[in-house]
Design a binder for this molecule. Structure first.
Ligand code: SF4
Length: 203
């Protein structure tokens, strides 16, 4: 089954899907993961104490807050653990935490589609329609709102299908054209001859 993290990774570089799902390469231990977990726990503890939500909106003062929500859909072939889900009488609002910077105050493209994938899972699990979600960038810190329209849903479903196809075909896809991404890539030492266009879900 594909994970929501795969959606983010695929849009960073499609080769990562191949290395992870086909070659099952074990990633080196990542210190950033532990730091990320500590920050996650700290944001969650603060959010539990807060009257409203992380993105202040008086309508949300009495909302139910759910943390680390496990979601899975056999229809989509997708699963993931959502950081934070706000539930009111009228709507469900998924929130994803990021422990880095935004893109100059805007969402990074792969984060946007990751949130949309969570929204699809929330819609199916809770039989609802998600209209908006937020990404919390802790380093800025800001909350970027994402409006979930039909176009984002369509593009996200297309990305999910493309990931599934890589796994089914077991053919190594081309990698990102943005070589600056390779500098910090955990799979760099396994990767050669990687330059080619990266997928653009906005097209
Ligand atoms: S090194 Fe570059 S091309 Fe290779 S998997 Fe990483 S990001 Fe993709």
């Amino acid at each position: 089954m594909i994970t929501v993290s795969d959606v983010k990774q695929y849009l960073y570089c499609p080769k990562i899907i191949y290395f992870d799902h086909i070659l099952h390469i074990t990633k080196p231990a990542d210190e950033k993961l532990k730091t990320g977990k500590d920050k996650h726990d700290s944001i969650t503890a603060r959010e539990k104490r807060r009257k409203g939500a992380i993105f202040y909106d008086p309508e949300l003062d009495g909302a139910e807050k759910m943390f680390r929500v496990e979601l899975e859909s056999s229809t989509l072939g997708l699963r993931g653990v959502l950081d934070y889900l706000v539930r009111t009488d009228r709507e469900f609002i998924p929130v994803d935490y990021k422990f880095g910077h935004s893109h100059k105050g805007s969402v990074q493209l792969n984060h946007k589609y990751q949130l949309a994938a969570y929204a699809l899972l929330v819609e199916e699990s809770f039989k609802t329609v998600v209209r908006r979600g937020f990404i919390h960038y802790s380093r800025d810190p800001i909350n970027v709102r994402i409006d979930l329209d039909d176009e984002i849903r369509r593009r996200t479903l297309k990305v999910i299908r493309e990931i599934a196809q890589i796994i089914e075909d077991e053919i190594e896809p081309a990698g990102t054209r943005n070589s600056s991404r390779c500098i910090d890539c955990e799979y760099r030492k396994y990767c050669i001859g990687h330059i080619s266009p990266r997928p653009n879900p906005e097209k």
